[in-house]
Design a protein around this ligand. Sequence first.
Ligand SMILES: Nc1nc2c([nH]c(=O)n2[C@@H]2O[C@H](COP(=O)(O)OP(=O)(O)OP(=O)(O)O)[C@@H](O)[C@H]2O)c(=O)[nH]1
Length: 135
Amino acid sequence: MPTPRLLLVAACALIDADNRILLTERPAGKSLAGLWEFPGGKVEAGETPEETLIRELREEIGVETKADCLAPLTFASHTYEDFHLLMPLYVCRRFEGIARGLEGQQIKWVRAADLRAYPMPPADLPLIPFLVDLL
Ligand SMILES: Nc1nc2c([nH]c(=O)n2[C@@H]2O[C@H](COP(=O)(O)OP(=O)(O)OP(=O)(O)O)[C@@H](O)[C@H]2O)c(=O)[nH]1
């Protein structure tokens, strides 16, 4: 079996003053619909992962942040059917704005210990212990 193409996606664990993490629900019609994920998206040509996250946080949930406020935590490396996902996970505690689902998606602030109650894409499951340790 040939190795599927590599897809670079940047994701962010946004953390509020109560140490809760923001999850967003993948909308109906998309792949992995209904699963809860970290905000983020594909790194487009000419973007750094930090630029991707600043753009996606603005577009998806109306939150403003800066590259300085994005700290690398860990990454996911997972083979899906059509691609191999490489997904750096950043942590961000400093942001402006009140997060809301600007694309019609549900959002939830979740304690690290409760993350497993939310069905997540398989690539995300190995990331949970890093957040539990951090928080
Ligand atoms: N943003 C984000 N994407 C994730 C996570 N976990 C995970 O497997 N992914 C995958 O990474 C890709 C993110 O791409 P995207 O979110 O920009 O893509 P998209 O909305 O166009 O989705 P689509 O290409 O499935 O239609 C998706 O295939 C998604 O399933 C996560 O925690 N956050």
